[in-house]
Design a protein around this ligand. Structure first.
Ligand SMILES: C[S@@+](CC[C@H](N)C(=O)[O-])C[C@H]1O[C@@H](n2cnc3c(N)ncnc32)[C@H](O)[C@@H]1O
Length: 191
């Protein structure tokens, strides 16, 4: 990802929010903030009564987005529907049983290539079960990855989600191909 190549980060938000757009006052949790493209894309598709919380591990990333870096994605943290919290998104997941409509995860290279071992829990069976418990019925968990990971798809389904796998280029029509999984808790997706 850089300031020109963020189509798959946008797609994470568009695909992950699509099944819950018609809900009143949907609550969305994003981990992490990065350059704010996923947050900006979520705010573009969600309605005026949505609430989006972004959990970001690194305090400086939040500060940079409140400063000059914020211009890259159109200053999404200035949107009154958005709130940034500093901390591990795993803690936010555990703290919100049955309260969320969508969870969008882009904290690492994905389940097949972690840069931080501590993020492994999010992609594990226990982490997927925690996301399932954090969602309202029919809510979505969307996960971004630099690589395909068939074993993760199977684990995702086993945790109680109807899962669809999307292959998305980093720029429209060109560049690297990334993977976005969308799992619906008790939903009707297949594939
Ligand atoms: C690849 S960037 C996210 C890019 C973002 N989707 C965008 O559109 O700009 C990953 C971000 O997740 C943060 N992060 C890593 N592990 C995290 C965790 N466990 N909880 C919250 N944020 C985390 C990193 O500091 C980094 O800012």
């Amino acid at each position: 990802m850089n300031s020109r190549m963020h189509a798959s980060e946008d797609a994470l938000a568009e695909l992950g929010c699509a099944p819950v757009l018609a809900r009143p006052a949907p609550r969305v949790l994003i981990g992490g903030l990065g350059m704010g493209f996923t947050l900006a894309a979520a705010l573009r598709v969600l309605g005026p009564d949505a609430r989006v919380t972004v959990a970001e591990l690194v305090p400086d990333v939040v500060e940079w987005n409140r400063g000059e870096l914020g211009a890259c994605a159109g200053r999404p943290l200035d949107d009154p529907r958005a709130a940034a919290v500093v901390g591990d998104v795993a803690a936010r997941l555990r703290a919100a049983p049955g309260e969320l409509d969508a969870v969008l995860l882009d904290v690492d290279n994905g389940p097949g290539g972690l840069t931080s071992e501590s993020n492994g829990w999010l992609y594990s069976a226990a982490g997927l079960r925690a996301a399932h418990a954090a969602l309202r019925p029919g809510g979505t968990l969307a996960v971004w990855s630099a690589h395909a990971a068939p074993a993760f798809t199977a684990r995702f389904r086993k945790a109680g989600f109807e899962v669809q796998t999307h292959r998305v280029r980093e720029r429209p029509g060109k560049g690297a191909v990334h993977t976005v999984w969308v799992g619906v808790r008790g939903g009707a997706l297949s594939g």
